[in-house]
Design a protein around this ligand. Structure first.
Ligand SMILES: [Mg+2]
Length: 202
């Protein structure tokens, strides 16, 4: 037991710079009901809706690095223009969306909250909760906090759908040990917005 706590505290220290979160989280897990079922964590860009068309058709986005896309949309191109042109009246493939409901899922995404919210509205999926982060790695702590403080029950399985699920693999042990549940990581590759090239467990 001591070894297990030490290991959890090391992993938590990497994520939060405060290993004492571990004990607080474990206490919360002990207090909450365990409910038989899946909780789904899904990415948004390149997981639910592909940005290829947008990236290929906007010269400013084509000539700048990938990391600049969100800033260019927000401060140069304008959110209303981008949403109207590339999101409004568009269909996102249903494979993953059809699995999501407000009580068993959350979109965890990076970027700016106003852009990501506008995408969900345009695609008619804003009934699914959304949490926006600065970096991909933040999704790990956010998953833990969302379950403990928003859904307030412990699922028997957490399923992640993402095009870049690297950190979920890296911190799989932490999530599984905190919740005493299974974490299933699904790597997603979209085929434009026609569907998926793959959705497979890794
Ligand atoms: Mg993504």
């Amino acid at each position: 037991m001591a070894v297990y706590i030490d290991r959890l505290e090391d992993l938590m220290g990497e994520l939060t710079h405060n290993e004492f979160f571990t004990r607080r989280f474990l206490e919360e897990v002990a207090r909450l009901p365990k409910i038989d079922g899946k909780f789904i964590v899904s990415g948004l860009d390149e997981t639910i809706f592909c940005r290829n068309e947008l990236k290929q058709n906007e010269p400013l986005l084509k000539e700048n690095p990938e990391e600049a896309i969100n800033r260019l949309i927000k401060f140069q191109l304008g959110i209303p223009y981008i949403i109207a042109k590339y999101y409004q009246w568009k269909q996102a493939p249903k494979d993953i969306i059809s699995l999501l409901s407000p009580n068993n899922s959350v979109f965890l995404t990076t970027g700016f909250e106003d852009i990501q919210k506008a995408k969900l509205d345009a695609l008619w999926i804003s009934h699914i909760p959304l949490v926006v982060h600065k970096e991909e790695k933040d999704k790990i702590l956010s998953t833990i906090q969302y379950i403990l403080y928003q859904i307030k029950y412990i699922p028997t399985e957490i399923v992640v759908y993402d095009d870049k699920p690297r950190f979920f693999l890296e911190y799989k042990e932490l999530i599984e040990w905190i919740f005493w549940c299974t974490l299933t990581v699904m790597q997603v590759e979209m085929d434009g917005n026609n569907g998926y090239k793959k959705i497979e467990e890794i």
